[in-house]
Design a protein around this ligand. Structure first.
Ligand SMILES: Cc1cc2nc3c(=O)[nH]c(=O)nc-3n(C[C@H](O)[C@H](O)[C@H](O)COP(=O)(O)O)c2cc1C
Length: 711
């Protein structure tokens, strides 16, 4: 095998219900961010790249059935069977991440089988395969396997500095310069980044119940209020009105119960910080008794490669807090924060806000459609950054605040680097211990505490790494994505969205209160409103939110054909885009004047929405709007159980060729919905399970079964 470094790597995935796909895509995107040149394909589309030429192959595959390959990889396995050459892949290095479940007898059979085949073809492993177990939590293996992947890849691949502007370079000595706007690429990948330890739960008590519980930490979104003539209630005279009593079919009304108020936010209020926000850092709790017993630490990772160098820019920044290196798929614009509405009651487990942004000044250049999303670039909390700078011993005047201080994901590399810059012997030993084989247990304790950079610096106060070295290992600051809730047919001068405020506690015994970055910031900016379903118009000072548009490229869009029947599944904030779908459909129907003509009405497709929440009175998001759609006949059914209406769902699917849209949490919900649909096809369509699974995969390929999922 040549030792020459290869410029390319290919990530392949085989996935039945989306886990492996999601993980593979994340690896691919992270690889690009790290400067590798990466491609990513589903295994059945292996012919999109030339396997006989690719030198570095990463496979992420689950097992299904009785240890069988997922449906979207069976063609690949058949292809492999036909190959006779023993040297077909002798040029290639590979690694495998298998996803399985020890409740099944053939645990991770596909990954094991794949490994055997690859070895038979002469490929050599560059990193031991990981076998994750859904029974105990995939993340136990997946996270550490991915964390260690990068060092192995760096050994065999050439990294190049990204940046579409071509400004980043790799120097021959392997160091790259960060120029003014060349650092890391922000991909337009998934949506919200922060998740809690909880899951959106879909209970299938033999029947299936979708709960959009308050546990999901996804900073998802929605909009809410339907406005007449695209104008907000309460605008103009500054006084809020509330209900429109009109119930005429086809007329869009304000949701009942939503009244408007006006709020003048003082600068002081906006700047108010709470020490609760974690800005002082939390010492990490560790049990170091095993360190005392360890005479030698083994399996220490290498010190991360140094690639960053800060070049001071003399140019003035246009926007006070926008990092200059952020690369977005569309131009960043300032949207004015117009109004806020709390969608949940004060005692709900999660607080969900609905915000309305004014994009009037940009409405000519901005096109959007229900199903599209936009990104928000939220700053790190100013005081938090200042505290980090103090902990690093950096004078605020020389500071460069463009570092991410979010929860750290790649602790291993960070801790190893920090050890190099720690003067206190005991602290240094502890850091090395945490990176070593002997310290795995305590490393896991540290991870459970979801530390921020400040937490680490507070725990190891003699550690003072240069900012450049932090930039080597810290993740780039990520924009947060939110689905648009409103239809442009109703109001194209505003963007409405909804999200859960991310705050949660680390597991017992730590119980430290943690906060997200973007959603607490938005909560603070919009005046921390708590009254449920009161729409508050925010008056000066004008609050600008930097955003950029991201249109949906996966086909997750409402069809313009009104005869299409739709099955919409969106628990919790997953309902967000569907409010826009329904608004859009209602407007289209009104425009076509079809709703009152019964003949034509028969030609309209049916729309069913499956929605779930924890407690109806506390957290039924957009309840009034959805009831309104129901009453006006735009929505045929508003339900929270899938299986008990299985026969009707089957009829919709088989007779009316209904399209299925799923939005929400990728981890639990998507799989459970897929299972419920499979069961419905098996029970009511009298299909064999593999055929039902195949049919769903086929529908995905035909863009009839579409999913917009959040990590
Ligand atoms: C119907 C079904 C059959 C499964 N069969 C196996 C199996 O035979 N062996 C195994 O290790 N895991 C099995 N699993 C577990 C999945 O591989 C595991 O849940 C994985 O995370 C799914 O990943 P995916 O969403 O990418 O398909 C099965 C799961 C389901 C739903």
């Amino acid at each position: 095998m040549s030792t020459e470094k290869s410029p390319n790597l290919v990530v392949f995935y085989g996935s039945q219900t989306g886990n492996a796909e999601w993980i593979a895509k994340n690896i691919h995107e992270e690889a690009i961010k790290r400067g590798f040149s990466s491609e990513c394909y589903v295994l059945n589309e292996h012919d999109k790249t030339d396997l006989s030429k690719q030198k570095v192959l990463i496979f992420v595959t689950s097992s299904t059935g009785d240890g069988d390959p997922p449906d979207n990889s069976t063609k690949f396995f058949r292809y492999m069977r036909k190959i006779k050459s023993k040297t077909f892949l002798s040029h290639a290095k590979f690694t495998i991440l298998g996803l399985g479940d020890t409740n099944y007898s053939n645990f991770n059979n596909t990954a094991k089988r794949l490994e055997k085949r690859l070895l038979e073809f002469g490929a050599s492993p560059f990193y031991t395969k990981g076998l994750a177990d859904d029974a105990v939590g995939l993340e136990l293996v997946v996270d550490s396997w991915i964390a260690n992947l990068w060092d192995h890849l760096a050994e065999i691949c050439t990294q190049k500095q990204n940046g579409e502007n071509g400004k980043g370079e790799i120097k021959e000595n392997g160091k790259s310069e960060i120029k003014e706007n060349g650092k890391s690429e922000i991909k337009e990948n998934g949506k919200s980044e922060i998740k809690e330890n909880g899951k959106n739960e879909i209970k299938e008590n033999g029947k299936s119940e979708i709960k959009g519980n308050g546990k999901s930490e996804v900073e998802g979104n929605e909009k809410s209020e339907i406005k007449e003539n695209g104008k907000s209630e309460g605008e103009g005279d500054g006084k809020g009105k509330s209900k429109s009593k009109s119930k005429e079919i086809g007329e869009i009304e304000n949701p009942e119960g939503v009244i408007s108020t006006v709020k003048n936010l003082s600068i002081k209020e906006l700047e108010k910080h709470s020490s609760e926000l974690g800005i002082n850092g939390n010492k990490i709790i560790l049990d170091l008794s095993e360190l005392a017993n360890s005479t030698q630490l083994t399996a220490l990772p290498r010190v991360p490669i140094e690639h960053c160098k800060i070049i001071k820019s003399n140019k003035e920044k246009k926007n006070s807090f926008l990092p200059s290196f952020i690369i977005t798929p569309n131009p960043i614009i300032n949207a004015k924060l117009n109004a806020v509405r709390c969608l949940t009651r004060f005692d709900a487990i999660k607080k969900t806000l609905h915000l309305e942004l004014d994009i009037k000044d940009h409405s000519e250049e901005i096109q959007f459609f229900p199903g599209d999303a936009f990104g928000i670039i939220a700053p790190n909390d100013n005081l938090l950054v200042q505290n980090i700078l103090t902990a690093l011993g950096i004078n605020e005047n020389e500071s460069n605040q463009e570092i991410s201080v979010e929860h750290i994901e790649k602790e291993n590399a960070l801790l190893r680097m920090m050890a190099e810059y720690t003067s206190d012997d005991q602290e240094k030993k502890t850091l090395l211990f945490l990176c070593s084989k002997q310290g795995v247990k305590q490393f896991n304790c540290l991870r459970e505490q979801i530390p921020t950079l400040l937490d680490l610096l507070v725990t190891f106060p003699s550690c003072k790494p240069p900012v450049e070295r932090l930039l080597d290992v810290l993740p780039a600051h990520q924009p947060r994505y939110y689905s648009i809730v409103n239809s442009p047919l109703v109001n194209r001068e505003e963007l409405h969205f909804a999200f859960n405020i991310i705050d949660y506690y680390t597991p017992t015994p730590y119980d430290v209160h943690k906060f997200g970055v973007c959603t607490p910031w938005l909560n603070k900016l919009s005046g921390n409103v708590t009254e449920m379903n009161i729409r508050t118009i925010l008056t000066p000072p004008i609050i600008n939110i930097p955003i950029f548009m991201k249109s949906n490229s996966t086909g997750f869009k409402i069809p313009s054909d009104l005869s299409k029947s739709l099955i919409l599944i969106g628990p919790g904030t997953g309902v967000a885009p569907f409010v826009g779908f329904l608004q859009h459909r209602e407007k289209q129907i009104i425009e076509k004047n079809q709703i009152l003509e019964s003949k034509k009405k028969q030609l309209l497709g049916e729309t069913w929405l499956f929605y779930g929440c924890r407690e109806k009175e506390k957290d039924f998001l957009y309840h009034q709007e959805l009831e309104g759609f129901l009453q006006r006949g735009i929505l045929k059914e508003l339900l929270n159980l899938m299986r008990i209406r299985g026969s009707e769902i089957f009829e919709l699917l088989s007779q009316k060729e209904a399209m299925i849209f799923v939005c929400g949490d990728a981890k639990g919900m998507a799989k459970d919905v897929n299972d419920a649909l499979t069961d419905i096809l098996v029970e009511h369509g009298k299909m064999q399970r593999p055929d039902a699974l195949n049919l769903l995969v086929k529908w995905m390929g035909e863009k009839r079964y579409l999913r917009d999922l959040w990590a």
